[in-house]
Design a binder for this molecule. Structure first.
Ligand code: ADP
Length: 412
C-alpha cells in the first residue's frame, strides 16, 4: 500500500486516540480533534505533493495560539506536541498496519515531520525573540520615563529653590545697608558673612542642578570665544592660591605645547570644567600632596592632564563618577567644603565637567590604579579638547574674523 493511502485510510480513527493521550478534558479534546484532523489532512497534501511546506500555515496558526503564560515562560509547546503526535502515529501504524506498510508510511512521513519540527521550532523562537524584544522596549520606555521625570524633578526643584534664595540674598543686602550705620556693625558683620557663605554655596548647588539638567536634555549652549588655556589656568591658579597654601599642596601648572594657542571654546564653561577637576584634585589629596597640570598637542586635539597623588579611584568607579549622583560617598562629609580634604559635594561636578567637555566635541576619562587612603596612588584626569580654529556659528566667525586672520598669519 502506498504511504498516502495507508494514512488516508486509517488516520481518522487514530485521531480520538491521539487526542485522548494529549488533551485533557472533553471540551478541549473536541477542539483538539478538529486540529488533528486538519493536521493529518495537510500531512496527506504534503505526502501527495511531496512538498512539506503544506504544514507551515497550520503551524503558524498553532503557534499564534500560544498563551501569554507560555510566552512568559518561553515554554516550548509546538515541537513537544509534534514529537508526541509523531510517536503515537508510529505506535498506531505498527499496531494497525502490516510491518512493511507501517515502515513505508513512517519513512514517507519522516521528512515531513522533520520539516514541521524545524519550522515549529523556528516560529516559536521568532515569537520568543519578539516577545523578549517587546518586553525590553517596554522596560526601556519605563526607564526613560523614570529618568525624564527625575530630570524634570531636578530642573523644577532647582528653579523653585532659586526664588526664595534670591529673596534671602536681597534681604541680607538690605540688612547690611541698614546695619552698616549702627554702632555694633562689627558683630552683625560676622553673622551676615555666615549668611553670605551659606547662600553662595546654596546658589552653587542650585546652579549645578540646573547645569546637570541642561546637560541631560542636551540643552547646554556654548558661547564660543577665543580661549587660551594657559590664561584660563592662571586665573584658576589665583582662585585656589589660598586653599593650596592652607593645605600645603604643591600645585604646579606647566606650560605645554598648545596651551598658548588660541582655540575657540566657551571660556566660562571651560573654566568651570577645569575648576571642578582642580578642586577635586586638591580635595582628594592629603595635606602636603602634589597637584600638577600638564598637557600635549595631538593631531587635531589638545590633551590636558590634571594629576594628583591623592587617595585615587577604584577602577570599577572610573565610569560611575561621571554619572550624576553616581558616587555619593560618605553622606556625612557632604558639603563639608570645596577644597577641604575629602570634603564631599553633591556629586555633580564631574557629570557637569563631562557634559561641558563633550559639548565642545572633546572627551574626558580618568586613570588611577585604585583607591587607597594610606598609599595614595593618585589619579590622572585626561581632557581632550578639539583644536577649533574658528567658532562653529557664522555670526561669531564674522565677529572674530580679524583675530582669526591674525592667528593665521602668526601661525601659518
Ligand atoms: P563631589 O561633589 O563628590 O566631589 P564630583 O562629581 O566632583 O563630586 O566627583 C565625584 C566623585 O569622584 C567624588 O565624590 C570622589 O569620590 C571621586 N573623585 C573625583 N575626583 C577625584 C580625585 N582627583 N581623586 C580621588 N577621587 C576623586
Amino acid at each position: 500500500m502506498r504511504a498516502q493511502e495507508s494514512l488516508a485510510e486509517i488516520y481518522k480513527p487514530w485521531i480520538s486516540r491521539i487526542s485522548k493521550s494529549l488533551a485533557r478534558g472533553e471540551e478541549l479534546r473536541a477542539d483538539f480533534e478538529q486540529l488533528l484532523d486538519e493536521f493529518y489532512n495537510r500531512m496527506l497534501q504534503a505526502l501527495n505533493s511531496g512538498d512539506p511546506n503544506w504544514m507551515d500555515a497550520l503551524l503558524d496558526t498553532w503557534a499564534s495560539a500560544r498563551t501569554q503564560t507560555e510566552l512568559e515562560a518561553r515554554a516550548s509547546s509546538l515541537p513537544v506536541i509534534l514529537n508526541q503526535i509523531h510517536l503515537i502515529t508510529f505506535e498506531l501504524a505498527r499496531e494497525k498496519l502490516t510491518e512493511s506498510d507501517a515502515l513505508s508510511l513512517m519513512e514517507a512521513l519522516l521528512p515531513i515531520y522533520l520539516h514541521a519540527f524545524e519550522y515549529a521550532t523556528r516560529v516559536e523562537m521568532d515569537q520568543n525573540i519578539a516577545h523578549i524584544s517587546g518586553k525590553l522596549e517596554e522596560a526601556n520606555a519605563n526607564l526613560e520615563r523614570l529618568d525624564k521625570s527625575k530630570s524634570d524633578f531636578i530642573a523644577v526643584s532647582a528653579h523653585e529653590l532659586k526664588t526664595p534664595l534670591t529673596l534671602i540674598e536681597g534681604y541680607t543686602t538690605m540688612l547690611r545697608e541698614i546695619m552698616v550705620t549702627k554702632p555694633d556693625y562689627s558683630v552683625t558683620q560676622i553673622h551676615l558673612k555666615g549668611i553670605d557663605n551659606g547662600t553662595r554655596r546654596l546658589r552653587e548647588i542650585i546652579d549645578d542642578l540646573i547645569d546637570v539638567s541642561l546637560i541631560d536634555i542636551n540643552l547646554l549652549s556654548l558661547n564660543f570665544q577665543p580661549v587660551w588655556l594657559n590664561r584660563l589656568m592662571d586665573i584658576i591658579k589665583g582662585e585656589f592660591a589660598e586653599a593650596v597654601q592652607e593645605r600645603n599642596i604643591n600645585f604646579d601648572i606647566h606650560s605645554f605645547p598648545g596651551s598658548d594657542e588660541m582655540i575657540f571654546g566657551d571660556n566660562e564653561r571651560l573654566y568651570q570644567a577645569f575648576r571642578n577637576l582642580i578642586s577635586n584634585a586638591i580635595k582628594y589629596t592629603p595635606d602636603g600632596g602634589k597637584v600638577e597640570i600638564d598637557g600635549r598637542k595631538l593631531p587635531g586635539f589638545i590633551e590636558v592632564t590634571i594629576s594628583d597623588n591623592g587617595i585615587g579611584i577604584d577602577p570599577e568607579d572610573h565610569a560611575l563618577i561621571f554619572e550624576k549622583f553616581g558616587r555619593l560617598g560618605n553622606v556625612s562629609l557632604h558639603s563639608s567644603g570645596k577644597t577641604k580634604f575629602k570634603g564631599g559635594g553633591p556629586g555633580l561636578g564631574l557629570p557637569i565637567t563631562k557634559g561641558i567637555v563633550e559639548a565642545h566635541g572633546g572627551s574626558i576619562w580618568v586613570e588611577s590604579p585604585g583607591y587607597n587612603e594610606v598609599d595614595c596612588p593618585g589619579s590622572i584626569f585626561h581632557v581632550l579638547l578639539p583644536i577649533r580654529k574658528t567658532p562653529p556659528d557664522s555670526k561669531s566667525a564674522k565677529l572674530f574674523s580679524p583675530l582669526i586672520d591674525m592667528e593665521n598669519i602668526e601661525t601659518p
